[in-house]
Design a protein around this ligand. Structure first.
Ligand code: NAD
Length: 498
């Protein structure tokens, strides 16, 4: 059919291999055990390519290559050399903007316009950290009365050496960039394990960057979590771990890292609230909430998936929001008019449908959607309708757990303190939103929310200079901004008596 043909011919234009290797020490190599797995286009259900199914033996090779590169040259690079490297990478990404975005659409199912936005951010993050490489130095520390004033204290922020990085499937190349760019800026060499659902953009990125990046500075091992990811988290020669993914896996990684006291940055799940005050501009509230839950098909760790709307404007808001959700165009993500693509896989679509069923079992009102589309052209894809649920019990698992799909849940409030208590009453604390026309309310509510990010009157915008990370079980450490340079360096204090 039409969608399948379009996807097949696009794939042959943008993908350069039928079977991709691991990228280790600047070479493309097969898995030690010779096994591969297939990566599937979630719009059509067809295979896009094969990638290597890595195991501990491949992780060993990649870690050794990263160590060799670190000791051979990267540990001694000057910040300005790393700045040039990251600037060159940003340029390569910009030159291949459309192709990399198209690969994301094929492998992940996200609409092309959103994928173009992802890749623009990829280049922007590399540029930001190119600059950061030059500023991430140390400090001269003043001594106090109790310390001999003739002594001089200064600090150095030194790279760890070899870092292990594991990323999810929702923003494949962007999440890899959030890890690679600061790690390299700080002077580390890396072994990256992308998600088995979406390895292709990272692999094509490595092909493009190969002649620019010294061998072994970036290594990529593909494969499944337990076979390829876990050995990276238990490896003796990995000095630092960074993970983005589910809270369940994040906890396993923290346990593994504890055995060797390896520092970890964890960016985990979310169940973020959006608070709508009575004085909110209705149009802005609808626009913000649409962005909060339907951007990237709801597959955002930060998704604003619980709306708390003031009772005096609830009916008007719900009518306008439901109306807007109904106009979303679901379809082929390669087409610019498409607002909502498929979920990343059939398994994820089924998971979303199970949560909707939990709401139905609880007699909640499914106001919009709640089903898979009744459209033959989309029958092979992992599509779930944009869904809005009202009158659901806050203790329902569909409210307490992360759905990671285009499903919004509505709560109505009148007492501010009670509402804040409920908004904070989940294990997660990644992000949140506030919609109001009053600056004092905006700041007061921002302070009351237990979340690492608060967006006021907009949602889901990120910038390389904005620290990002979770309170509570949404993780520890921060990505982006200079805070992440600290995550990829260890501080040495030098006290001199000379
Ligand atoms: P996931 O935890 O299943 O997988 C993430 C990565 O971990 C994949 O590469 C996977 O192969 C690997 N993995 C799985 N088991 C492993 C193990 N035992 N040891 C080592 N690695 C293992 O998550 P996912 O389904 O890919 O992504 C969705 C999740 O990611 C959601 O919970 C979402 O909220 C979260 N997420 C968080 C952020 C953030 O910044 N906080 C950003 C994006 C996604």
């Amino acid at each position: 059919d039409e969608i399948k043909q379009r996807h097949e011919s696009t794939a042959s234009d943008v993908l350069t291999e039928d079977t991709y290797g691991h990228y280790i020490g600047g070479e493309w190599v097969d898995a030690d055990n010779g096994e591969t797995f297939s990566t599937v286009d979630p719009t059509t259900g067809s295979e896009l390519a094969q990638a290597q199914a890595g195991t501990a033996a491949d992780i060993d090779r990649a870690v050794a290559a990263a160590r060799e590169a670190f000791e051979r040259e990267f540990a001694d690079t000057h910040p300005d050399e790393r700045q040039r490297l990251l600037t060159d990478i940003a340029e390569i990404v910009e030159e291949n903007h459309q192709r990399l975005a198209t690969i994301e659409v094929l492998d992940n199912g996200k609409p092309i316009e959103e994928a173009m936005g992802d890749i623009a951010l990829v280049a922007d993050f590399f540029r930001y950290f190119a600059g950061a490489a030059r500023t991430a130095t140390g400090e001269q520390v003043p001594t106090g009365d109790l310390f001999d004033r003739d002594k001089h204290i200064s600090t150095l922020h030194e790279p760890y050496g070899v870092v292990g990085q594991i990323t999810p499937w929702n923003f494949p190349l962007l999440m890899a960039t959030w890890k690679l760019a600061p790690a390299l800026a700080a002077g580390n060499c890396t072994v990256l394990k992308p998600s088995e659902e979406t390895p292709l953009s990272v692999l094509e990125f490595c092909k493009l960057a190969d002649s620019t990046v010294p061998d072994g500075v970036i290594n990529v091992v593909t494969g499944y979590g337990e076979e390829a990811g876990e050995p990276l988290t238990t490896h003796d020669d990995v000095d630092k771990l960074a993970f983005t993914g589910s809270t369940a896996v994040g906890k396993d990684i923290a346990h593994n890292a504890a055995d060797s006291v390896t520092p970890t940055t964890l960016e985990l799940g979310g169940k973020s609230p959006v608070i709508i005050h009575e004085d909110a501009d209705l149009e802005q509230a609808v626009e913000t909430c649409m962005m909060a839950i339907f951007f990237n098909t709801g597959e955002c760790c930060a998704a604003g998936s619980r709306i708390f709307v003031h009772e005096n404007i609830k009916d008007d808001f719900l009518e306008a929001f439901a109306g807007a959700a109904e106009t979303l165009q679901m379809g082929d993500p390669l087409l610019e008019e498409t607002d909502l693509g498929p979920k990343v896989s059939q398994e994820q679509a089924e998971r979303t449908m199970e949560y909707i069923q939990l709401a139905r079992d609880d007699d909640a009102d499914v106001v919009v959607g709640g089903d898979t589309p009744d459209d033959d052209a989309l029958a092979e894809g992992a599509f779930v309708e944009p869904t809005v649920i009202d009158n659901i019990d806050h203790d329902n698992d569909a409210v307490q757990e992360e759905i990671f799909g285009p499903v919004e849940e509505i709560f109505t409030w009148s007492e501010y303190d009670e509402m804040i208590e409920q908004a904070n009453d989940v294990d997660y604390g990644l992000a949140s939103g506030v919609i109001t026309s009053n600056i004092n309310k905006a700041y007061d509510t921002a302070e009351d929310l237990e979340a690492g990010v608060v967006w006021v009157n907009h949602y889901n915008d990120v910038s390389p200079g904005m620290p990002f990370g979770g309170y509570k079980q949404s993780g520890n450490g921060r990505e982006n901004a200079m805070e992440t340079i600290r995550e990829y360096t260890q501080t040495k204090s030098i006290s001199v008596n000379l």
